[in-house]
Design a binder for this molecule. Structure first.
Ligand code: SF4
Ligand code: SF4
Length: 331
């Protein structure tokens, strides 16, 4: 699914840049964690406990790091990136530093007003990823933000009416929302937005209460079959690769033992410029001292950043990119 700011002829250019980065063993995707501060209260993540004084040490520009890595894809993430009042400046500077790039912003969505969305869009964001794990108040309770789900659903048409045509839900499959995933995908289709799926892990703060296990394996099998069937009928709504989806039941059953390749195609840069291989590992060095990562024997998660890094370039991936949610009829 592409924003209208890109045209099909960009696809071979991106494929060329991807091949160039892979040949140089440089990351294709760089996540800039512009702050670890957050005003949500999630039970499965401790970033919101970051002391407000951390703000004093946050970089005021990530442009030099962006120029150094020259990635194909860039995300601005956190913590909650919209807490940075200078976020537009950060986006603009990074966008100017990298020529051919695709820029996404990950947010819990509570502060993504139509006005702020448009100003970030004008600064260079190509895609908004809004976290959404449930369709109703369960999402508000999980994030500790009253009225959050309703606010997200109200803001989407307002964002779209301001010309923002590329919004996705970032949805984490947990043991208590398996029944929500397909309805959420249908809702996304109705709204003309995408869904990017991931699997819950307790790697963030040890909260095991949402973990999927053997007891949920059958339900997960059925869910994945239904998601793949939906993908075959409506390319471009579910943006996770077929490969990644197919591995999820194996992960839930504890059958996945491949080394993790995080840090090879994707890296995270924290608010002070230090690099880590994935969101939940400690930092290893400053980006100026960058050293290439090698696969690691870690099985703590099956995040998309682990699973998608292993996904082969199948034809279905191209269909995912070229598929459109725009003008989607109700499913
Ligand atoms: S999961 Fe996201 S929204 Fe929740 S506390 Fe962590 S950074 Fe904030
Ligand atoms: S499996 Fe990979 S992505 Fe997941 S926590 Fe371990 S190193 Fe990070």
């Amino acid at each position: 699914m592409l924003t209208s700011r890109f045209r099909p002829y960009h696809v071979p250019l991106f494929i060329g840049k991807y091949a160039w980065l892979v040949a140089r063993r440089m990351p294709v995707l760089v996540h800039f964690e512009v702050t670890l501060r957050c005003n949500a209260r999630c039970g499965f993540c401790d970033y919101w406990k970051t002391h407000p004084s951390a703000r004093d040490h946050e970089l005021t520009s990530f442009a030099d790091a962006a120029r150094f890595f020259n990635p194909m894809m860039i995300t601005f993430t956190g913590g909650e990136p919209l807490l940075r009042r200078d976020l537009e400046d950060l986006v603009r500077a990074v966008s100017s530093a990298v020529r051919l790039k695709y820029v996404a912003l990950i947010t819990h969505g509570a502060m993504l007003t139509p006005e702020r969305g448009r100003s970030l869009w004008d600064a260079g964001v190509h895609q908004f990823n809004i976290s959404l794990d449930y369709l109703d108040e369960r999402h508000d309770r999980a994030r500790g933000i009253p009225g959050l789900a309703a606010r997200i659903f109200a803001n989407i048409p307002a964002l779209q009416s301001r010309g923002i045509d590329n919004i996705r839900f970032n949805t984490v499959i947990k043991n208590d929302n398996v029944d929500q995933i397909l309805p959420l995908v249908h809702r996304a289709h109705e709204l003309g937005v995408g869904v990017n799926l991931s699997v819950y892990t307790d790697a963030k703060n040890g909260n095991a209460s949402h973990l999927l296990g053997d007891a949920h394996a059958r339900d997960v099998d059925d869910l994945i079959a239904a998601l793949l069937d939906f993908k075959r009928r409506h390319r471009g709504v579910i943006t996770s690769s077929d490969y990644y989806l197919r591995q999820i039941p194996r992960y839930v059953r504890g059958e996945l033992r491949d080394p993790c390749r995080s840090g090879i195609r994707t890296i995270h840069i924290d608010p002070v410029g230090h690099v880590k291989r994935c969101p939940d590992f400690p930092t290893d060095f400053h980006w100026r001292d960058y050293r290439r990562y090698t696969p690691i024997g870690c099985d703590a998660c099956y995040y998309a950043c682990r699973g998608e890094a292993q996904a082969p370039l199948e034809w279905s991936r191209v269909q995912d990119v070229l598929g459109s949610t725009r003008g989607a009829p109700p499913a």
